[in-house]
Design a protein around this ligand. Sequence first.
Ligand code: SF4
Ligand code: SF4
Length: 243
Amino acid sequence: MVATGAIKNLYGYLPGSSKGEYHYRLKTREWLAELQLDLAVVLPPVLNIIDAIVGMEGEGPSGGTPRQLGFLAASTETVALDMVTFRAMKLNLEQIPLLVAAKNRQFGTTDWSKIEIVGATMEELICPDFKPIRQLNNPLKILPLPQKILDFVQHHWKALPRIDSNKCVKCMRCRDGCPVKPPAIDPNCSVSANSTRCIKCYCCHEFCPVKAIDVNPTWLERFVLTGRIREFASHLAGIFKRH
Ligand code: SF4
Ligand code: SF4
């Protein structure tokens, strides 16, 4: 979801394993954004508080690097609070599926002219060298391809979780927390998640207590980002062989 703020926090309303089930059923970021916004509509918080004294930058959902941002923010308006917090991380509304969904539904305040910040200026809050998560924009979306082909290509665009067996302590939290049944990851069977079953929700990455799960860029992402045509050709040949 690119970043976590006040709206996404409401996903915690969902009890226990139903979080994973919804991850499984709502496979796209846009659908998850709609669900999280539904929660904000049905159960709007009286007051939202974001502790951004220490935030996290880089790769989420839990494997990033702690980053001193140095502010605490509060608002009775959930969307406005996220607008300010994400702007402090140098992210724009268009990059955050939740804010795009809020704007489309005209829910909350996504209009900067209606947001008043008290106690600091926006310029003071912005962290100029904040490192956002990789893959903010998925360039595949602009390809004029039929949906089935686009889904296929997108599946290969997103990274498959991989276990670093030198760090893994076999606690099995990744396997037990995987929303796919049977689990798409099992450290006793393979260091890689099952490429057919894995829906790339990255819950396993979040659950791992020792950061033993990597979500490194896929060959397709590396190709697009670095233009390594030879690597592209060999992987394409491999895919056609498998399918
Ligand atoms: S293996 Fe990890 S990323 Fe894949 S579906 Fe399971 S929890 Fe999600
Ligand atoms: S959660 Fe992490 S440490 Fe535990 S079994 Fe999975 S990869 Fe290993």
